[in-house]
Write a protein that binds this ligand. Structure first.
Ligand code: C6P
Length: 404
């Protein structure tokens, strides 16, 4: 049984008001709210365990280290990686992709080599490659999409050449909600001997992810989008790949020995984790993953699917409604415009009604160019949203429309 009332009680912020109206939080694509157990994990560790990890012989340091490494095991289990050596803690998806872009391009790519990305990528999966392109002369190729917001698989297959070194594709679009067929896309890339990085920022919170089943070579996600804390994220990489890649940053923790003549690097995963990690954040992230696991990822997916179907049907009844993203496989994100009301006006007026949505280009300007628009209003649902909240959203949009 999916007990939405009980679930909502775990999130104190959901019962607050804004502008004297009950909060309707529909900006889960940007960040999710935190259950009590996650916030308590942070305060508890600061109050009773806090000490730097992997450094001290003293009791607290060892306890903090045990918590931090147990969190790595929780992440491993959550995405079904083979080994904790394959779980690198980062600050979030953005840092995970930058780490990979830097280490991969430095060691595996030369001028003229190609990386394939998609039209719908988030800036964090475009700009790091552009930085590498400027530095090393690598070439970026782009997978096109159809008007429903689905990547064109035949065109994708045509993009491969003997110069292709990596494919980078998002699992779920933060704008369109499209669930890309990454398993098939990975199989295609592997048939060409090319590894794949999957940006899982918008999939991990909404569906069961199994990196071995996908056969992803690299997989990135952020803690704060999956009910965990800000400032912590993950880069998964197959051990055979991570072994081949050079460190991203230098400093403490990532070394074995240092002299002015020669430095040797630590083993995986520490080779990629220079400096003091956010060990409080990793404990809280593990709590968040345990929390969603206890509810059940399949149950969460089913609940959000029902909400999305309901919202699509309800919003389509509104006069002048244009929805961007009608892929057959769609996650709980709905981007829209109504008539010629500017997205910012719609977002601002909905906010006055207590409804939090996101407006703008959603860090996907190339996608906006493909759609021929500047931005959208975006409602994105999480595990605690309800059909009543969608009714409030629809009524809010109708009210704003009448004002124009
Ligand atoms: N998208 C949104 O409102 P960070 O900021 O590192 O946690 O995540 C970046 C990121 C990468 N990939 C995808 C698919 C994303 O959706 C995001 C973050 C937020 O859509 C903020 S722009």
């Amino acid at each position: 049984m999916y007990n939405i009332e009980l679930i909502r009680e775990d999130f104190p912020i959901l019962s607050r008001e804004v502008y004297g109206k009950p909060l309707v939080y529909l900006d889960n694509g940007a960040t999710t709210q935190k259950p009590r157990c996650v916030v308590e994990a942070i305060t508890n560790e600061y109050y009773s365990v806090n000490a730097n990890v992997h450094r001290g012989v003293h009791f607290l340091s060892q306890q903090a280290t045990e918590l931090h490494e147990a969190s790595r095991e929780t992440v491993r289990r959550f995405i079904n990686a083979r080994s904790t050596n394959e779980i690198i803690f980062t600050r979030g998806t953005t840092e995970s992709i930058n780490l990979l872009a830097s280490s991969f391009a430095e060691s595996q790519m030369q001028a003229g080599d190609e990386v394939i990305v998609s039209t719908m990528e988030h800036h964090s999966d475009i700009v790091p490659w552009q930085l590498q392109a400027a530095k090393r002369g690598i070439v970026i190729k782009v997978i096109p999409m159809n008007d429903k917001g689905e990547l064109l698989q035949d065109a994708y297959k045509q993009l491969f050449s003997e110069k292709t070194k990596l494919v980078c594709v998002m699992h779920v679009s933060n704008v369109l909600g499209t669930v890309n067929p990454v398993k098939e896309m990975i199989a295609e890339a592997h048939a060409h001997g090319v590894p794949v990085l999957v940006d899982g920022a918008q999939s991990v919170p909404h569906m069961k992810v199994d990196v071995q089943d996908l056969d992803a070579d690299f997989f990135a996600f952020s803690g704060h989008k999956v009910y965990g804390p800000t400032g912590v994220g993950v880069l998964y990489g197959k051990e055979e790949w991570l072994d081949k890649l050079p460190p991203y940053q230098g400093g403490g923790e990532m070394i074995q020995s240092v002299s002015f003549e020669k430095t040797t690097f630590n083993e995986l995963p520490f080779k990629f984790e220079a400096g003091t990690p956010d060990y409080i954040g990793t404990t809280a992230l593990a709590k968040a993953l345990d929390y969603v696991t206890a509810i059940g990822m399949d149950q969460i997916a089913a609940h959000e699917h029902e909400l999305t179907q309901y919202a699509m049907q309800r919003l389509k009844q509104i006069e002048g409604m244009r929805i961007f993203g009608e892929a057959e496989h769609k996650s709980s994100v709905i981007s829209f415009l109504v008539g010629n009301i500017h997205h910012l006006d719609m977002g601002t007026l909905l906010d006055r009604l207590g409804i939090a949505v996101r407006t703008g280009h959603h860090c996907a300007q190339p996608l906006m160019q493909r759609l021929g628009i500047e931005g959208t209003v975006r409602a994105s649902f999480g595990l605690y949203n309800t059909k009543e909240e969608i009714d409030i959203l629809a009524a809010g949009i109708e009210r704003v429309s009448r004002m124009f």
